[in-house]
Ligand binder design. Structure first.
Ligand SMILES: Nc1ncnc2c1ncn2[C@@H]1O[C@H](COP(=O)(O)OP(=O)(O)O)[C@@H](O)[C@H]1O
Ligand SMILES: [Mg+2]
Length: 251
């Protein structure tokens, strides 16, 4: 397999001797949507936190665009183009949807705090902000304070503020978690749209979403890779069926 845009080699994280992630090797292909799935406690979130640099691995390495980022800080890898949803892009409840996206755009450019707060700087971002809001279906909510958005729309705003940073690789942690069915479908289509020209790595428990969106799926169990492949392959695997249906249930 060609070296992917993001690679993990024998990634391991132990908490006081308990191996939450245990020797995980991943090759995320450029332009793909790659899912991490698995039963509750399988190590998905820990793995995700390692990839986004929010946790230091106990051992193993992470390479992004050919650079070893194993010991890099999250803000540094974000500048390199590996961005986790909600990372730099916290949503400010008291600000409008438009202001939130404008701020994210301003910060993405690495402008100083004082500058990105100024109304003039924000106005400057408006055309691009309009475009982003359109792409996530929030045009009708421009002036709505973020705190007043319905839950599914709030997740769409988070996606927009992440996109504002124009990441090459986007890391999404359970983007459809807690959503009503109609919102799940909308967010799934949204991810499909924003994934064009990017790479997406997502933790996702909704298998319908995974089958619809993901090119490659890594199934984790007890911190290790159980099976990997396209949806056809992994959904046929006895052990996957067992861990999702027969075993301890899923999230
Ligand atoms: N900070 C921590 N300290 C101790 N144990 C942890 C910590 N984080 C996760 N774990 C344990 O590691 C295992 C994997 O957790 P997690 O990565 O959250 O799984 P998942 O996201 O797949 O449900 C679980 O048994 C969990 O209890
Ligand atoms: Mg989790």
């Amino acid at each position: 397999m060609a070296p992917g845009i993001l690679q993990a080699k024998a990634l391991t994280k132990s908490f006081k001797g308990f191996y939450a992630v245990d020797g995980v090797t991943l090759n995320v292909e450029e332009g793909s949507i790659h899912a991490l799935i698995g039963a509750n406690g399988a190590g998905k979130t820990t793995c995700f936190n390692l990839l986004s640099k929010f946790l230091e691995p106990t051992s193993g390495s992470i390479v992004f665009k050919g650079k070893d980022i194993t010991r890099s800080k999250p803000d540094r890898v974000a500048r390199l183009g590996l961005v986790r949803s909600f990372q730099i892009s916290a949503v400010f409840g008291g600000l409008s949807v438009m202001e939130n996206v404008s701020l994210a755009l301003q910060r993405g450019r690495g402008e100083s705090f004082d500058f990105w707060r100024s109304p003039r700087a924000l106005a400057h971002q408006r055309p691009r902000a309009e475009e982003l809001l359109e792409s996530v279906g929030l045009s009708a909510y421009k002036e709505t304070p973020a705190a007043e958005l319905p839950y599914g729309r709030k997740r769409a705003l988070e996606l927009a503020t992440t996109l504002a940073l124009d990441p090459e690789v986007m890391l999404l942690d359970e983007p459809t978690a807690g959503m009503a069915t109609e919102d799940v479908g909308r967010i799934a289509r949204l991810i499909q749209t924003v994934a064009k020209g990017r790479t997406v790595v997502m933790v996702e428990h909704n298998l319908g979403v995974v089958s619809e969106l993901c090119d490659r799926i890594t199934v984790l169990a007890r911190g290790q890779i159980l099976v990997e492949g396209d949806y056809e392959t992994v959904s046929r695997d006895e052990r996957v069926i067992e861990s999702y249906i027969g075993g301890g249930g899923h999230e």
